[in-house]
Unconditional design. Sequence first.
Length: 133
Amino acid sequence: HMLHTITPLSDVPRAQLDPITTLSEKLSVFALALSRPLRHETIAMCCDQRQRGVGIFAFDSKLKLTQIIERIIGAAISIDSATKICLLSSRQGAGRDATDASQFFMAKNRCQDAGLELTDWFLVAHGETCILQ
């Protein structure tokens, strides 16, 4: 499932007001938070039950998702209204890793144990964005 560009939309969903439901809406929010030039970074966007953005956190890290998911969960559970998490990882232009699917599965389970739903994980590489759901 490829999404070609990661450029901010003109009407980005507003925090705590607009639901963020489509992949392009999620990407538009991430595009605002993403460091340029790309570096090793994972961004977590927290949404409430009505899919409104209630918090965004950036983690500067070369570690695997399974190694930072506890930090992500810790940040998310500090927001009372957060029920869902969507992630985007940039690896300084490097693409997918063979362990991505299993890492996403494990991270999803860790989130579930903490009462959070991990919905999507976007991976940004040179010129393309992959998604795990």
